[in-house]
Design a protein. Sequence first.
Length: 343
Amino acid sequence: MKALVKTKAQVGLELKEVPIPEPGPDDVCIHIMKSSICGTDLHIYDWDDWASANINIPLTIGHEYVGIIDKVGSNVSDYSPGDLVSGEGHIVCGRCRNCLAGRRHLCNKTLGVGIDRPGAFAEYLAIPVDNVWNCDRKIPLEILTCFDPLGNATHAALSFNVIGEDVLITGAGPIGLMAASIVRHAGARHVVVTDPNPYRLALAEKMDVTMAINPLQQDLIEIMDYLDMKEGFDVGLEMSGNPKALDSMLKHMSHGGKIALLGLLPETTVTDWNKVIFHGLTIKGIYGREMFETWYKMTTMLQSGLDISQVVTHQISYKDFTDGFELMRSGQCGKVVLDWEQM
Ligand SMILES: [Zn+2]
């Protein structure tokens, strides 16, 4: 089969012929229809410090996908060839305290598809049946392939009650944009998105946000005044990984505000902890998706009117993967989807 493989400790990926994976007794083998490029994949493509410290080459990468089950292992009885599925990219141990308590997203032995084991930028992928999500065929394939990042957005956006609340989202990458749609869908009053990238601000404008602003040009205090907000934002979703964005968020939260942190911050980030203390802020780290409550919620929200179609800005053949990664690097895109069925 064809696969995008990290073969060398340098920038790039190689389109290679590799063996089709054989599912183990508790696995399914999925024929990939579409996959999408994540920021993590770009780190691996670019072979930055994180990638060189965490990735063993050679490795087929990718963890966002949708496809059709091709084969099932001998112990699998509840899925069959032909089922339309996506899958949770975190493989958990099933035996630690959190796993046994049903908090599988908090497993401390999590392994990542396309990070610690072969991934989904390939014609076939084998994963444990416990990681499979049965897809609603009424949802378009280019949306189903985004269930992994949509799940990150859903996990963050539904961490706190947003009904009637004012929400600040820093970072209008795909996950920030999806989160904006979700909090709107969930009944937020004002949804303000900040990003210095004009392309992404224009995308945010299409997603029914209250205001999408460039923080280098506009002050949040003026925006709050314009929106007749009295005390600051009730909920903050930090999706940029930019220390200045986090700093600005801490300054503009109401007392008792709730913050979800998803963007990975540099180690050197300095935070005004006294603001967190004196203002009684709650901060929650978001990693991955709750298994599988998040998957259930994103499916039912899409079934009840959540629209994230504007986030998928590019659909290209897997053969043009280099163009896809260049687009990701340029920031002139939302989600980039690779089609594995275009010959
Ligand atoms: Zn575990």
